[in-house]
Design a protein around this ligand. Structure first.
Ligand SMILES: O=C(CO[C@H]1O[C@H](CO)[C@@H](O)[C@H](O)[C@H]1O)[C@@H](O)[C@H](O)[C@H](O)CO
Ligand SMILES: [Ca+2]
Length: 549
């Protein structure tokens, strides 16, 4: 059986601070705004708040480009505001985790300023510098053909020292050289700074990219018409990544009762992910895997391209991870949305608890012009592909942005039906989704049949029934086209969960042979289901129901 742990049972709520709640009318969400809404989280049943980056930053990538790891960006507040927020969180029995962005820093971080100042500066090797290459015609070329994850080359030429530096994301996000022990020590120190200040753990940004392939070789030419090639295989889950995360665990994590979740994109092989999580490896508690996120896209690096998907595809991924290497202690971080993906309701037609999504918010209208898309990734994609090199196959690039852009998850939170959805008394940094007049937290708090009410109920039932957390998982959907049905059993308790993911009524027969010995907890949703065996009718509006065996 699984070892019990608070972080396995915890409900984690991601806050995208810039869009959560603005307390001083400058149109930008802030720490005092989060403080003002803590009772909302408590009432919802949240245990842990994860704050996307709030550190000092030029905000080239919305804070995932940090210029000072030990200070709060003035747009969010001060260290004193953070301390005050932490106290408010603790007073309500909740916990607070920070976003650790250490694969790269901002190019405005003093460490990078020093590193680029001269080839002999002691911090030169804190980043990844290489001399140019020259082609047959003597033209200067980047050290290799790696494509940045935000388009273009992964290398930026720096006139000052006549060399290139590596940036897997924006040129304003130079990659740190983790092979340099001084860099690792500096990361341990900044993590301790926040732990000593009371932080309960970390969500670790692209933590599986910190070790690059020896010699930084060219990537294979998979897109001959493109100047730069996708190179994730040469920097995802690199040769020394586990050595460094083990060192992090030994030097920082192991001495504290923290929750740690690593973001590990571009990883297809399940055992690669297991290596970060299995307790005997002493690395992290969990990782975010992207298999579900990539369900509706044709493959790695093609996030913006939409591909039709089926319930069976969705179900198979969930099922695989629910019981994957459980006996060895593997633990999942289950999610269907975050600040890097469009709204789950619009992508998968289902509701997900995350940021504003316990309200069931959807993508903003396709009529919004590209100027409304504030995400640099969307802008780069549009500018790079607007040249007609349509990578979107059948319907052209616009549809992809409209369906898949990260911006959809980043619009201001819809608190009320009042002006600017009650997010700010000023001009919001990003346009508010006009559907806020109907779709807002205040309306849903009042209604028992709202998405918010559904989540409150579901989280309460989850907290009250460990079978839903630790129970052995069995998929009993039998390939049903509409239904996702499964059972969980723990000691003497068995739970039956039947989910109809379609709008039509569906019938589902509990097959006698399936070791089905009765259940003492049944949850279902939506359409009414007829359970032939005992002819019990479960109606849609009932939502999660409790049936004592
Ligand atoms: O995988 C990542 C990494 O995201 C992390 O790292 C990125 C760089 O720090 C940052 O932009 C993201 O916000 C942060 O979550 C995403 O960039 C993803 O590829 C992209 O969103 C396409 O779906
Ligand atoms: Ca503000």
């Amino acid at each position: 059986a699984d070892t019990r742990a608070w972080w396995k049972e915890a409900v984690v709520y991601q806050i995208y601070p810039v869009s959560f709640f603005d307390s001083n009318g400058d149109g930008i969400g802030d720490l005092n705004g989060i403080y003002a809404k803590l009772d909302y989280h408590k009432d919802l049943g949240v245990d842990v708040l994860w704050l996307s980056p709030i550190y000092r930053s030029p905000h080239a990538d919305m804070g995932y480009d940090i210029s000072d790891y030990r200070d709060i960006d003035p747009q969010y507040g001060t260290l004193a505001d953070w301390d005050n927020l932490l106290k408010g969180v603790y007073d309500r029995g909740m916990k607070l985790i920070m976003d650790l962005v250490v694969n790269h820093s901002s190019d405005e971080h003093e460490g990078f300023q020093q590193s680029r100042s001269s080839k002999d500066h002691p911090k030169r090797d804190w980043y990844i510098w290489r001399p140019p290459k020259y082609d047959a015609a003597g033209n200067r070329q980047p050290p290799n053909n790696w494509r940045s994850l935000f388009e273009g080359s992964s290398w930026q030429y720096d006139e000052k020292t006549g060399e290139y530096y590596l940036h897997l994301f924006l040129f304003k996000q130079p990659d740190l050289n983790w092979d340099n022990p001084d860099v690792r020590q500096a990361v341990w120190d900044l993590m301790k700074f926040w732990i000593d200040r009371g932080c309960d753990g970390f969500r670790m940004d692209v933590i599986n990219l910190i070790s690059k392939a020896e010699g930084l070789p060219d990537a294979p030419i998979t897109e001959p018409d493109q100047p730069f090639q996708p190179a994730t295989l040469l920097f995802a889950n690199g040769p020394r990544v586990h050595e460094y995360i083990k060192e992090m665990n030994k030097e920082v994590l192991s001495g504290h009762d923290l929750i740690t979740v690593g973001e590990t994109p571009f990883t297809r092989d399940a055992s690669e992910l297991a290596a970060y999580v299995l307790p005997h490896n002493q690395e992290l508690n969990m990782v975010f895997n992207f298999e579900l996120m990539d369900l509706d896209s044709p493959g790695l690096g093609k996030e913006y391209i939409y591909r039709e998907w089926k319930l069976s595809g969705f179900r198979d991924i969930i099922c695989q991870w629910q019981s994957y290497r459980r006996s060895e202690g593997f633990w999942n971080a289950t999610y269907v949305e975050n600040h890097d993906h469009a709204r789950a309701v619009s992508r998968f037609g289902i509701i997900q608890i995350n940021g504003a999504h316990q309200l069931g918010l959807k993508n903003f209208p396709r009529s919004w012009g590209i100027e409304e898309y504030k995400d640099v990734a969307s802008q780069n994609y549009w500018n790079n592909r607007a040249g007609g090199q349509s990578g979107c196959g059948h319907v052209g690039h616009s549809r992809c942005i409209v369906k898949k852009a990260r911006d959809h998850a980043r619009v201001p939170m819809q608190w009320e039906s009042t002006d600017q959805a009650g997010f700010t008394s000023g001009k919001p940094w990003m346009r508010v989704n006009e559907d806020y007049k109907d779709w807002n937290a205040t309306n849903q708090i009042k209604s028992e049949s709202s998405e918010l009410a559904f989540w409150k109920r579901a989280l309460r039932i989850r907290k009250a029934n460990n079978v839903l957390i630790y129970g052995d998982f069995v998929d009993i959907s039998a390939g049903h086209k509409q239904i996702f049905a499964y059972m969980r059993s723990l000691e003497k308790t068995t739970a039956l969960i039947i989910l109809n993911s379609s709008k039509e009524e569906a019938s589902f027969v509990l097959d006698e042979k399936q070791a089905w010995t009765g259940f003492n907890l049944a949850l279902c949703n939506e359409a009414s289901l007829r359970k032939t065996v005992s002819d019990v009718r479960l109606k849609a509006e009932d939502g999660p129901v409790l049936i004592k065996g």
